[in-house]
Design a protein around this ligand. Sequence first.
Ligand code: URA
Length: 428
Amino acid sequence: MGGDHDAVEVIAAKRDRRELSDDQIDWVVGAYTRGEVADEQMSALAMAILLNGMSRREIGRWTAAMIASGERMDFSSLSRPTADKHSTGGVGDKITLPLAPLVAACGVAVPQLSGRGLGHTGGTLDKLESVPGWRAALSNDELLAQLESVGAVVCAAGDGLAPADKKLYALRDVTGTVPAIPLIASSIMSKKIAEGTGALVLDVKVGTGAFMRTVDEARELATTMVALGQDAGVSTVALLTDMSTPLGLTAGNAVEVQESVDVLAGGGPADVVELTLALAREMLAAAGRDDVDPADKLADGSAMDVWRAMISAQGGDPSAPLPTARETHVVPAPSSGTITRLDALAVGLAAWRLGAGRARKEDAVQAGAGVVWHARPGDEVTEGQPLFTLHTDDADRIPRALESLEGGYEIGDAASHAPSPLVIERVG
Ligand code: URA
């Protein structure tokens, strides 16, 4: 390890568009994690990386240095293969909830270490915490034991995994340096590789409700992450999927859990079922179990059995009624016609403003808050019929949520609705 670097030399190299050496990368990531490189120096370096980019070699080394900053988990003692899924985040993206038990029901263990929501995309842990009694924090031993007994775990990522990323992500959040492909790819992949999954499927979202607004950007992020995973020996593929329209018919916490349970019961919105099955098939293939058809496990109730076991194992009551919000407000359709557009960002912001998400890390979320829409693009509506129902504990939040929905949808004639595919491209 190079002990004779200094932060200014590393910052200046990236400022002047030079490639950083392996030694410089190992040193700066390690020294930042130990507190020897100051936040303002790492902010300058992150901005230089955002502006000037990194080569594949630099991204690989940066990822390895972030993994080396913490512990690595090992699932090799389990009796079945492991596969995980990561989504870059979208509105109404509750797919982890039906997917983890479904893949487990097909014989592949799913260690899904998740986060909380920040901004307009919801967090999986926030959604599950609306289930009475359910707890997100598990020790590594509890995680391993549940993976063996139930086959699926959704829990909070512990502090031991990639601590360099934890520190750097918080800094990027407040310095305008989140949307840099080398930093996003290394952030996501350092956590997934350290987690120890054997196979990984990435759901890279594209559209108004996503980090990546264009297919070209999403493809570059996906290609970078797939290469990082494969170089680390993790069987990795990515699907680019649409996030200009929100998924399903709900965005929020308890409302999304209910929709997920509907999918596990054999119903639910067609797009949620389609994406759940597409990701399940990729996870099974990546883990070497493409002999099983996940559609059968949804239909025969075995995925629902794993869901119930997974919730119970973490203290939750899968039979308890889900919490509901104190206030509801219905938005009627202003005219008759076909829904031609429903904007993911508008719906995500409305759910967030109703209390489903948080503005600062320390804020609490409301379990019952969210938006339910009663029609999707392509559906016919009649003037006056309910289009959205807003849910919140706090009526004062409704006007701001209504403002974010203004201009967020269009009703026109059927001929002007061009359906767009949900799965846009596969990278792997
Ligand atoms: N999610 C992460 O974990 N890291 C990023 O940098 C962006 C999204």
